[in-house]
Design a protein around this ligand. Structure first.
Ligand code: FE2
Length: 427
């Protein structure tokens, strides 16, 4: 007897009328129209059964702090950084934990079951590190939280930051972070990349750096990151986050840079909601978009994810843990409106970030964890268009969240009594 049998599911790859059999928290079979006894059943009614959403770039130590100690009146990056500086001394471990747990509630409700969060280590108390390690343990049954030791004020620029970063890793933080463009000079930035990559190589860790998050066409830290990745044999284990300067770089230089990134098998995380709002602020018109060159990176086979980065914090007042909102913004900003490109945008909030986090057993295949989301949509493009309702969210074969179907009622003469914003399809 199976624990759970999902029937009549459409999968992301387009297969329809599929059954997914679950036993002891794992998927044991994925096949058309399976008829087998099960303790629980879920009729997907032809809708899309997706692996859970994954966010490869987030800041859980700042999330849901909107309004503390005041709101970001201008909505700019610089006021956001100043505001975070005002908030940091006021933080308490309990308040951090409460906000992070509340965010994880939102995430689960939206089918977002794995998050890589940066945690600021530029605080000798490492208060946020302790708090998020506690949160990681608490949410582990329902959400994979991976932490990055992030020197927000610069590992070389902030006194004691390198030692604090190493302490954070020793305490249980997973990944080495960095912010080379925030160091005092380009040279110091390059030095920070070398130092941090060497630390990661020595400790066998992954790297994820905020890199070239500016509109400076001459910022060169992604080049250094690719070089160090290759020099130290960290291929495929290093992620460059943001890379917004690539938007503004000289095209000839980019034609030289891209093959270096390919050689290093660099992962890339673009954060469309944040990049489109925070970059280009020094421009009059035309205003640059400030998002990295996502279609060009994908065309070369690089692994590119879209991250949420911020929700209701000093840098961004909006957001709701909805990775389909992130995908929708990425699709628009990158003009990825072709059929295959729109599907790549869905991949950028599911499989691509799962590879970045190194998640085991991710996907809807026999042997994978029984983690999935039933969306009120019939394919990935419709899911992005509608920011589809998460009808049911499963973790290890257990239903952990659900939302009633989105259906508007109508009282119009001669018209249907309701609409779900879908058109009938031929055949
Ligand atoms: Fe970030």
């Amino acid at each position: 007897m199976l624990d759970l049998l999902v029937s009549h599911a459409t999968l992301v790859d387009g297969r329809t009328d599929m059954s997914v059999a679950v036993q002891a928290g794992h998927i044991v079979e994925v096949t058309p129209r399976l008829d087998a006894p099960a303790h629980q059943t879920l009729d997907a009614m032809g809708l899309l059964l997706s692996p859970p959403f994954v966010d490869a770039h987030f800041h859980m130590d700042a999330t849901l702090s909107y309004g503390l100690p005041r709101v970001n009146a201008s909505g700019t990056l610089l006021e956001g950084i100043a505001l975070w500086g005002e908030l940091k001394p006021l933080l308490t471990a309990q308040a951090l934990i409460d906000r992070a747990l509340a965010y994880c509630d939102w995430a689960v409700a939206k089918g977002l079951l794995a998050i890589r969060s940066h945690v600021d280590i530029c605080d000798p108390r490492l208060l946020a590190v302790q708090a998020l390690l506690d949160v990681k343990r608490r949410v582990a049954p329902y959400l994979d939280l991976q932490l990055v030791a992030f020197p927000q004020d610069g590992v070389l620029r902030s006194p004691g930051a390198f030692e604090q970063l190493k302490r954070a890793l020793a305490m249980g933080v997973d990944v080495v972070g960095g912010i080379p463009h925030f160091e005092r000079t380009m040279q110091q930035g390059a030095e920070s990349v070398r130092l941090l990559c060497e630390l990661a190589a020595a400790q066998g860790r992954m790297v994820d750096m905020h890199c070239d998050e500016s509109d400076d066409p001459l910022s060169r830290h992604v080049e250094t990151l690719a070089f160090e990745t290759q020099r130290l044999g960290l291929h495929g284990r290093v992620t460059g986050s943001h890379l917004t300067s690539m938007h503004s770089m000289d095209n000839y230089y980019v034609s030289k840079l891209l093959p270096l990134m390919v050689q290093a098998q660099l992962n890339v995380v673009s954060n469309p909601l944040i990049n489109i709002t925070l970059q280009g602020r020094h421009d009059t018109y035309p205003k640059r978009r400030g998002m990295t060159r996502v279609p060009e990176l994908l065309a070369l086979g690089l692994n590119v994810a879209f991250g949420h980065d911020c929700v209701m914090d000093p840098w961004y007042s909006l957001g709701s843990a909805d990775m389909l909102e992130v995908a929708q913004m990425g699709l628009h900003v990158a003009q990825m409106t072709g059929q295959a490109a729109m599907r790549q945008c869905f991949d950028a909030v599911t499989c691509a970030p799962a590879r970045i986090l190194g998640l085991d057993g991710y996907g809807i295949e026999p042997g994978c964890h029984a983690d999935f989301v039933l969306l009120q949509a019939r394919d990935p493009v419709e899911a992005i268009r509608l920011r589809a309702t998460r009808l049911a969210v499963y973790r290890r074969g257990q239903r952990i969240a659900g939302t009633p179907a989105n259906s508007a009622t109508l009282s119009l003469p001669g018209r249907p009594a309701q609409t779900q914003f879908m058109i009938d399809r031929p055949g």
